[in-house]
Each structure stands twice: as C-alpha cells, then as structure tokens.
Design a protein around this ligand. Structure first.
Ligand code: FAD
Length: 292
C-alpha cells in the first residue's frame, strides 16, 4: 500500500473532515452539490427515480440505503423494516431492479444469527426474480458476512441473494468456492478497505491479477456473476476473453462508459445508494477518483 493511498483513505473516512466541512458556511451545501453526482438523494423515492432513468437507458440498478456498523438490535430492526418497504417498492420497478445492503447495517456486529434472520426476511419479501446483494466489508467481518450469506442461501434462498468478493483479500479464493457451491450471485470487486499485508494483496498489479484469475474462475464455474470495476483496461481484457459478461459500476463514476457497454451488448448494473449518511461515501469516491 502506498503512503499516498493510505493518507487519502484515512482523510476520506475521517469524522474530523466531515465535521469541518459541515461547520464551514455553505460547506454542506457545496459538498452536497458535488456528492449528488454519486447519490441521487436522501429518500428512497430519489433512488427509485434514478433506477427508472437508468432502466430507460438499458441499465439495471441495485438500490442501497446508506448505513453500516449498527450496534443496537432495535436500530437494526428499523433498518430491516425500511428494507422490507424497499422490497415492496421493487414490485413497481423493472424486473432488473435489485437491492443492496451491508450486513453491519443489519446488526451483524451485535447479533449474527439475528442478522441472518433479518437478511432472510428481506430476501423472502423480494418479488420473484430479484436479489439482494450483500456488500463486502473489512477483512475482520468477512467470516461473519460469509456465514450469514451461506446460512440464508441454505434456507433455499440462494437465487434471491448476491455476495461480494474482494480480489485483494488472501482468503477470497476459498470463500468464493463456498459461495459458488451455495449458488448465490457473485459480485467481484477489487476491495475498498485498507488491510494489512498479511491479509491482503497490495493495491495495483497484484490485486488486478487476482481479479483476473477470480473472474476466469467464475466464468469457468458458469456462476451468475458480475465484474464490478471502473478499471477500463481490466474490464476490456476480461470482456475480450470471456465475452459480454455483466459489469457493475457505482452511480456517477465514469458514467460515460455505460452507453458504450450497453451498445456492445454487455449487461450493465449500477449501484445506487441513498440516505443521509452520504458524506463519507462521497469522500471515498473522491479519494478513489484520485487513485486511492
Ligand atoms: C458495484 C460496485 C460495488 C462495490 N461493492 C463493494 C463492496 O461491497 N466492498 C468493497 O470493499 N468494495 C466495493 N466496491 C468498491 C471496489 O472495491 C473499489 O474500491 C472501487 O470500485 C474502485 O476500484 P476499481 O475497480 O473501480 O478500480 P480503480 O483502479 O480504483 O479505478 C479504475 C479507474 O476508475 C477511476 N475512478 C475510480 N473512482 C472514480 C471516481 N469516483 N470518479 C472518477 N473516476 C474514478 C480511477 O481513477 C481509475 O482510473 C464496489 C464497486 C462497485 C463498482
């Protein structure tokens, strides 16, 4: 990990930066103006509108309510209720609209089996043919996230679930085999968290090579999967080798490429987050746009 990347990552996830920006006159307003490229709004209706607009361009969407690290089961239940309403809303959206969630938002840290139950309740409430994609969090939570996903898949809901695997983590090839066996959809990403060298490959070439190898393994297994990257070279190399496999992007990141992918017959899905906790997410995107 380069020092620059570590500094940018820490700045992007710092409470102090957020407090300072929000305290400056018009700071929040100006920050929101920049962030709104990545976040359609604070309400579910904003995300639903954005999903409809993308659908008109031939692009699918996965809607996520911002939030993570919930350490109170009552809050986790409230979040679950919000997701149950979102699951109902999906019925009014095109068939390719899915949901997305981070399990620490559903109380993973305080109550693993309750978290699995909450994920199962949301998966069960989805209209037929839809999925809820579970995000990958830091390496320390990877075991718990994997357990929850496998538990819910085991309850007969693999076709309603998606998991995310991070190419940079040493554990991912093994985890991915278990997810393949379970039959859930797999979203392959490079990995967004700062991890120690004993747990993860460095950002850059080693992670990119791991991403390539994992993508080939997913294709060989005929798994339902997507390449979730904005790295044009990596994406094009894989599309040339594997054919038009699905690609996922984050809303607002390199949006100019979406039409081109659709025109070339590549199925494209965009992650759409909404909610009040947009500040850190925006800072993280800004850091990544500068190579962090
Ligand atoms: C749909 C989706 C879901 C994800 N879910 C997870 C998850 O659950 N867990 C997790 O750890 N990570 C997740 N990620 C993030 C991922 O791990 C990477 O941190 C992030 O995608 C950046 O890596 P990259 O593959 O795009 O490649 P990079 O090499 O970081 O970027 C490729 C190119 O895109 C450019 N770029 C990147 N961001 C921007 C931007 N904001 N504006 C303009 N250009 C930009 C870069 O400058 C670079 O030129 C997800 C990513 C996507 C697309």
């Amino acid at each position: 990990m380069s020092i620059d990347r570590a500094i940018l990552f820490r700045l992007a996830t710092s409470d102090v930066v957020e407090q300072v920006v929000r305290a400056v006159p018009r700071g929040e307003e100006l920050a929101w103006r920049a962030a709104s490229r990545y976040v359609p709004g604070t309400a579910a209706a904003d995300a639903i509108r954005a999903a409809g607009e993308l659908h008109a361009r031939g692009v699918a969407a996965s809607i996520d309510q911002f939030g993570e690290l919930v350490d109170d089961t009552l809050v986790a239940q409230r979040v679950t209720d919000d997701y149950l309403r979102l699951a109902e809303d999906l019925a009014g959206l095109p068939q390719d609209a899915w949901l997305a969630v981070d399990l620490s938002h559903l109380g993973l840290d305080v109550d693993l089996s309750g978290c699995a139950d909450r994920l199962a309740a949301i998966a069960q409430a989805l209209p037929e043919g839809r999925r809820i994609q579970v995000g990958a969090e830091d390496d320390a939570r990877a075991d718990a996230v994997l357990k929850c996903v496998l538990d819910v898949a085991d309850r007969g809901m693999a076709d309603r679930l998606g998991a995310t695997v991070q190419a940079n983590l040493h554990r991912t090839p093994d985890d991915m085999e278990r997810l393949l066996e379970a039959g859930v959809h797999i979203r392959l990403v490079k990995g967004a968290y700062l991890e120690s060298p004993d747990r993860a490959l460095p950002y850059g070439e080693p992670t990119d090579i791991a991403f390539m190898r994992l993508a080939h393994r997913l294709a060989e297994a005929h798994a339902p999967f997507a390449l979730a990257t904005h790295d044009g070279v990596l994406r094009e190399a894989l599309l040339s080798a594997l054919g038009p496999v699905p690609v996922e992007q984050l809303l607002g990141v390199r949006p100019e490429i979406l039409n081109d992918l659709v025109a070339h017959g590549v199925p494209v899905r965009v992650y759409i987050p909404f909610g009040h906790n947009w500040f850190r997410y925006w800072m993280r995107r800004v850091a990544e746009s500068r190579g962090a």
